[in-house]
Design a protein around this ligand. Structure first.
Ligand code: BES
Ligand code: MN
Ligand code: ZN
Length: 489
């Protein structure tokens, strides 16, 4: 597993700045004001910071950027990183500055002279999040690089503030690793084994095998996996950090590879379907974060792990399957498999846990990418209050989320002549009809949010807090929603 770089906090020692090895970072305000550490560094470098602050380069730099001065006179450091930040900044600005530091640092050791900067913990979180690289399958030097030392005026306070953030970062890294893994490595069995290992963190983990799923009646889920050599599995993870109240349920689509099945996908880009377990990846990452920070809430995560392969035993277009709920489904297109997996585990979670709310996450439709691109996940809900609490959390964490409509007219598009419903609604409103399909498996009394993360789970360009590839989108937002709404003492 990719572990975050080591970060430590200690008290500012002005006399140690000259000798700091690796790279040294100081903060300078946009109008050129230097704090104590920056003043000392300015003196040691014979005025380099004051000259920089008066330069065009400084003018051009944006808030949160850092300007690198190579091999500065008077310092042992190989580079001096000058961070442009006002005295007071938003969480997002502080994180971005940290992420810029991660880029500028490379693999070198970094000392950040943050002094009395009020968002040093957020800055360290941004640094941690951006310093991610999935190197498990690279030979050579796969190390993530040297750690970072933050020099601050109140190290205990900052370090206490940063501790739960580190738990979230570890959750995000867990998700990113799962999403990055190729499908010959992350089989359904390997995925389940990695979740079982989280029992060490205090999570209760159960793995349901095909025979148990058969007994439960999860024929829709099982039909998706029946063409694969990897056995289908459902993994239930419970974190019991609250009282005896019913849990919040998180449900994840875990298609470890989606070929489309007999409705085979075209070859171009099919390799991207290694990330089709992204929903299950996010659920797993959130559960890990909750356990690591010992959240005072009851949360259950349920993921459906299957592989969608064409085979002599694979399901065919036109097949009719019976869901655990009892409703029958005509499988028009075997590539609309995510909803077949989700409908059974959503029903199971409600049946077994009577959750106070249910959030499902899935790389469900290509159509959501057409609608929202890679900036926002699609959000669908039957409950305005619940939905707004999620949207607020996502906004606070800088994770794009945009609400989409539901409605009877869309639901009608799922009408089938031979079964209770068909699994596709045609080309128009593809993401909405997928959500309508799922809603048929939501009990009236269950507040529910469906997150279509097909566009945001893995991206082809760097984002604010992640290099290109798996983002871990949603771990921060869900952790925040739980912290704000389920842990109030
Ligand atoms: N896993 C795909 C959706 C997807 C597409 C995720 C692109 C990430 C990137 C899903 O199982 C799928 O194939 N959906 C079909 C549904 C269609 C057959 C109704 C789609 O979007 O084309
Ligand atoms: Mn598919
Ligand atoms: Zn899929």
């Amino acid at each position: 597993m990719t572990t975050p770089i080591a970060i430590s906090f200690s008290e500012t020692d002005l006399d140690a700045l000259a000798g700091a090895e690796g790279k040294l970072a100081v903060i300078v305000t946009p109008d050129g004001k230097l704090d104590q550490s920056a003043r000392r560094v300015n003196r040691l470098t014979k005025g380099a910071l004051v000259r920089l602050a008066e330069s065009d380069a400084w003018d051009k730099a944006k808030t949160g950027d850092c300007v690198s001065l190579g091999f500065p006179t008077g310092l042992a450091a190989e580079a001096l990183l000058v961070v442009k930040l006002p005295r007071r900044v938003s969480v997002e600005e502080a994180r971005r500055a940290g992420a810029e530091l991660a880029k500028a640092k490379g693999k070198a050791a970094l000392t950040v002279a943050a002094g009395a900067f009020h968002r040093a913990a957020d800055m360290s979180f941004g640094l941690t999040m951006r310093a991610y690289e999935f190197t498990d399958h690279k030979t050579g030097d796969p190390s993530i690089g040297e750690g970072a030392l933050f020099l601050v005026s109140k190290p205990e306070d900052v370090s206490a503030e940063a501790a739960p953030m580190t738990a979230v970062a570890e959750g995000v890294f867990f998700t990113r690793d799962l999403v990055s893994e190729p499908s010959n490595v992350l089989t359904t069995e390997e995925f389940a084994a990695r979740l079982a290992a989280m029992a060490d963190l205090g999570l209760e983990v159960e793995i349901l095998d095909e025979a148990e799923l058969e007994t439960l009646g999860m024929r829709a889920l099982l039909a998706v996996g029946q063409g694969s050599e990897s056995p289908s599995k459902v993994v239930v993870m419970q974190w019991k950090g609250g009282g005896d109240e019913a849990p919040l349920a998180l449900i994840g689509k875990g298609v470890v590879f989606d070929t489309g099945g007999i409705s085979l996908k075209p070859a171009g880009g099919m390799e991207d379907m290694t990330m089709d377990m992204g929903g299950a990846g996010v659920v797993s990452g959130v559960m890990r974060a909750l356990a690591l920070r010992k959240a005072k809430a009851n949360v259950v995560g349920v993921v459906g792990l299957v592989e969608n392969m064409p085979d002599g035993r694979a399901q065919r277009p036109g097949d009719v399957v019976r869901s655990m709920k009892g409703d029958t489904i005509e499988v028009i297109n075997t590539d609309a498999e995510g909803r077949l997996v989700l409908c059974d585990i959503m029903w199971y979670a409600q049946d077994r846990f009577q959750p106070t709310g249910m959030v499902d996450l899935a790389t469900l439709t290509g159509a959501i990418i057409i609608g929202l691109g890679h900036e926002n996940a699609g959000v669908f809900s039957n409950d305005d209050g619940f939905c707004n609490s999620f949207l607020k959390a996502a906004g606070a964490e800088g994770e794009g989320a945009w609400r989409m409509p539901l409605g009877d007219a869309y639901d009608k598009m799922l009408k089938s002549h031979v079964a209770d419903m068909k699994n596709v609604g045609g080309r128009p409103a593809g993401s909405i009809t997928a959500a309508q399909f799922l809603q048929r498996f939501v009990k009236d009394e269950t507040p529910w949010i469906h997150l279509d993360i097909a566009g945001v789970a893995s991206v082809k360009a760097d984002t604010a807090l992640a290099p290109k590839g798996a983002t871990g989108w949603g771990v921060m937002a869900l952790d925040r929603m739980i912290r704000d709404g389920y842990e109030a003492e």
